[in-house]
Design a protein. Structure first.
Length: 222
């Protein structure tokens, strides 16, 4: 297995800790893209244009649908970092005005739509979910139909990670630095979000293959 991925390196740099060998944890969790809400996921929304400016909305990535996993008897309870890229379909002129991550972090991505983020301290999952990032998106002109997705090109660390490459992974997140699980990388699926969309809305989770059960690394907590 190759020793270093971009995401693991980012987490280790932020904490001034030695980089661990990357370990593929398989699919674990779903990222819901939520429009103008972090308290409850809003996958379908309408928003009028603000005059000549157009439509401005916040799109949050909420990680949830997690199983109670143990690795070597240690519970997986926090996110140490994540890697993903927002895709915007239906408006070629749409752009991200701002990218917000509310905890201390290091982001190696210079792309406003992308994230290669290490977090310190970790982002806890004790409540069963966590808001990873919020993008403020401008869609110029009229209130046109837009679909928000995760761009598969945003998981560059997959190319260096045995088991991840070719798995169809759309997002990556790492385990806890404090629990010394930051070398552990999970795949997450996603559910798209629709803005001012009149047609059919498919909210089926989009995800890669290889589940956490297939890795042999984990057991379920009682």
């Amino acid at each position: 297995m190759k020793i270093m991925t971009t995401l693991v390196t980012c987490v280790a740099l932020l904490a001034a800790a030695p980089t661990l060998a990357s370990q593929w944890g398989g699919h674990h969790g779903t990222i819901y893209l939520s429009i103008d809400s972090t308290d409850a996921v809003v996958s379908v929304a309408g928003s009028p244009a603000l005059g000549e400016m157009g439509v401005v909305v916040d799109v949050s990535a909420v990680l949830t649908d997690l199983d109670p996993l143990l690795q070597d008897g240690e519970r997986v309870l926090a996110v140490g970092g994540f890697e993903m890229k927002l895709g915007i379909e239906g408006a070629d002129d749409a752009r991200v005005l701002e990218k917000t991550i509310t905890v201390k972090h290091l982001d190696l991505s210079e792309d406003p739509t992308g994230c290669v983020v290490g977090l310190f301290p970790d982002l806890g999952l004790a409540d069963g979910s966590a808001v990873l990032v919020t993008w403020k998106v401008l869609v110029p002109g009229e209130a046109k139909p837009v679909k928000f997705v995760l761009d598969p090109g945003g998981v560059q660390s997959c190319a260096d990670l045995e088991g991840c490459d070719g798995s169809g992974t759309l997002a990556l997140w790492s385990g806890s630095m404090q629990a010394r699980q930051h070398g552990l990388l999970f795949s997450a699926g996603y559910v798209p979000a629709y803005l001012n969309w009149d047609g059919e809305k498919d909210l089926t989770p989009v995800r890669g293959k290889t589940d956490w059960q297939d890795t042999g690394l984990f057991t379920l907590a009682d």
